[in-house]
Structures are given as C-alpha cells and as structure tokens.
Design a protein around this ligand. Structure first.
Ligand code: F6P
Length: 319
C-alpha cells in the first residue's frame, strides 16, 4: 500500500481544509494511506503527524483555517533545521507528499525532492494569489469577498458622515487583493506596492471628487504600499478634513471558504493526489482558463505584476 503525506504551509487560506479533505478521500479511494503533517514544516521537523482517514476529514470542508495548522519555519533553509526533517522522513517512509500552500511551501517541496528524493505535488493556496502557474489560488476569492463586505459597510458610514476612509487590506508584496477590492467596491483610490504614488495627487483627486458631488472617499491601501495610519494622517494634514482608517488584516484570512473556493480546493486537492499517485510529480497543479495546468515546482519565479496593473487601470477608469 502506498503511503503519502500531506502538509499545509505558509499563511492559512480559506479552503485549505476543503483541499485536505479531497486529498485524503482521493488517496483512500486509490488505495493509499495518508499521514497528515501537523504545523507545516515545523511539524515535519518535530515529527508531529496524524494518520488521516476519510472519516477524520468529515465536517471540515466548510471550516476556515487548517486543521493540520501551519507554522512559519524559516530554519528549513538551514542545515540545522533540515536535519530533524530528515529524521522524521526516515521514520515515516512516505512515497510522496501533497503540499498545500504558497511559494515558500513549494520551495520546501522542491528541497524535499532534491535532498530526500521524495516526490511532491503542490496545491496553490494563499489569499495573495501571487503564485505563477494558476489564474487563482485557494483562499483568494474568500478573502476578496470578506474585504468587499467590510468596505461596503464602511462606505455606508463614510457616506453618512461625508468622510474619507483609508482601508488597509493584506498583501505585502503583491497588490491584486487590494486592486480587485477597489474595483469591486467602487473605491476612489487604490494604493499598491507595484505603483509609486504621490499623496499630493491622491489628495487632489479626493478634493475633486467632493467638488463633483461625491459624498465620501474610500482609499484602499495594500499592506505593502504603506501603513493606513501614516496615509490617513498625511491626508488629514493636507486636506484638513476628518479621516478615519480601518485595518482589515487577518480578518481576511479566516472564515468559511466561499462556494468558489470550495469547488477550486476540491478539484485541485483531488487532481494533485491523483497525479502524485500516478507518478506525475515535481509540479504544482493550478487552473488556467478553467483547465487544470501543471507547472514545474522548482521553476517558480516571482509572479508578474501585469494582472495588478491591468486591474488598477480598470479601477481608475471607472472612478
Ligand atoms: O498569507 C499571505 C499573507 O496573509 C499576506 O497577505 C500578509 O502580508 C502575510 O501573509 C501576513 O503574514 P503573517 O500572518 O505571518 O503576519
């Protein structure tokens, strides 16, 4: 009987549990045993594992977070951090591993293959949607919808008071979540890590908006573009007008996965497991133009900013 491992790594994303369920149930149908690695790469170092059966993943499809948990483990890049991983792998005697996570997790996966000859298949899951080789990653749709719901609520009170709001959304290096939140909520401005901005211009646009009869100004700022506290202070100073701020932060990472994420995670978890057990590994399985697409795990480069720039242009056109 084949024995595979499954691990969730990096920041959690809604739908990780759904993908995990699909991995376990697919493997079981294909006659393989599944070992869950708890706490991501750190758990692999500690030998923290659990046997997963089709029944043990009952009732998790709709749950946010990851029942396996996920810890950051930068030590895996060092020899000291790798040695305990080697010991665990020796004991587990796995035939392969499905890795559910982002680019950092896939770098770990590549290391498992290179240094321990372990076949791996990756499933893209991160709210940032910054993984090349897939149109969308598990968790992005849910995070986007959480941000939209929050901004819609803020907008009600912003309009009532005629206020300016700066709303910070997640995305340290990649601004797609911010750009799409801005389009979907009709925000007045979006500040992104990919596009340099000038706060004098931002203030001029806000002032013009009020002159045109707007009743509020919503400025979406990606975490990586600047702190909402700084930006709101600067705008208040320049315009001498009340500015409030909201930092959505980790609220966007939690909660029940959207319908879209549930389907995506079920499909990707299932396909990744099939591929691993059929001997097709060293790849991430994503979705491009509504079809499964595999891409090499060890050739993952930084995602292009094209999609962010396109959405930022659209948002500006529609203001
Ligand atoms: O998982 C991606 C992400 O949520 C980014 O959007 C954010 O910048 C980062 O993780 C936050 O990481 P942490 O939870 O470790 O603070």
């Amino acid at each position: 009987m084949k024995r595979i491992g499954v691990l969730t790594g990096g920041g959690d994303a809604a739908g990780m549990n759904t993908a995990l369920r699909a991995v376990v149930r697919t493997a079981s149908r294909m006659g393989a045993e599944v070992i869950g690695i708890k706490k991501g790469w750190q758990g692999l170092a500690e030998g923290s594992t659990v046997k997963l059966t089709p029944r043990s993943v009952s009732g998790i499809l709709h749950q946010g977070g990851t029942i396996l948990r996920t810890f950051r483990y930068p030590e895996f890049a060092t020899d000291e951090g790798t040695a305990p991983v080697a010991r665990t792998l020796d004991k587990l005697n796995l035939d392969g591993m499905v890795i559910i996570g982002g680019d950092g997790s896939f770098r770990g996966g590549t290391k498992l293959t290179r240094e321990f000859d372990l076949p791996v298949v990756g499933v893209p899951a991160t709210i940032d949607n910054d993984i090349p080789g897939t149109d969308i990653s598990i968790g992005f749709d849910t995070a986007l919808n959480i941000a939209i719901e929050a901004v819609d609520k803020v907008r009600d009170t912003a309009t009532s008071h005629g206020r300016i709001f700066v709303i910070e959304v997640m995305g340290r290096e990649y601004g797609l979540l911010a750009a799409q939140t801005a389009i979907a909520t009709g925000a007045e401005e979006v500040l992104l890590p990919e596009i340099p901005f000038n706060l004098d211009d931002v203030c001029r646009n806000i002032a013009k908006g009020y002159q045109r009869g707007k009743q509020h100004a919503i400025i979406i700022v990606a975490e990586g573009a600047g702190k909402a506290s700084y930006i709101s202070y600067e705008i208040k100073e320049r315009l001498q007008r009340g500015v409030r701020m909201v930092v959505l932060g980790h609220v966007q990472r939690g909660g029940s996965p959207s319908g879209y994420d549930r389907i995506l995670a079920s499909r990707l978890g299932h396909r990744a497991t099939e591929m691993l057990l059929e001997g097709n590994h060293g790849v991430m399985v994503g979705v491009v133009a509504n079809k499964f697409k595999t891409s090499s795990l060890d050739k993952k480069t930084k995602v292009s900013a094209k999609a962010v720039l396109r959405d930022a242009r659209l948002m500006e056109t529609l203001v």
